[in-house]
Design a protein around this ligand. Sequence first.
Ligand SMILES: [Zn+2]
Length: 119
Amino acid sequence: MVHRQEPAVHHATGPVRTCVGCRVKTMDSELLRVVVEDGVLVPDAARRRLGRGAWVHPDSHCLRAAERRRAFPKAFRLRGPLDATGVAEYLGRVEERGDSARHEVGRGEYDTGGVTSGG
Ligand SMILES: [Zn+2]
């Protein structure tokens, strides 16, 4: 009886990309695709746009790190600097959504009527 060894295949994993901000390699589903249009960086969350793309965590820290090290012009082989305002705004919206959800959790209203500390 032959015991066949299965290769360690991870299911539901996509291609691995490198975040241009923090240089961490991760699945492309964890990253935001960014493309260039007329010298302006554009978030491509749907990944439909043609051409070269850069990958960054949907995190303003990574975006800033990428800007600081001029990773976008390098990734697109352009001279730069490239305007990342559109991407920053996109990330701002994403992060805002996450924050407001967090604030709603664990807020209870208790009636403390009648309890007073004597003095
Ligand atoms: Zn990153």
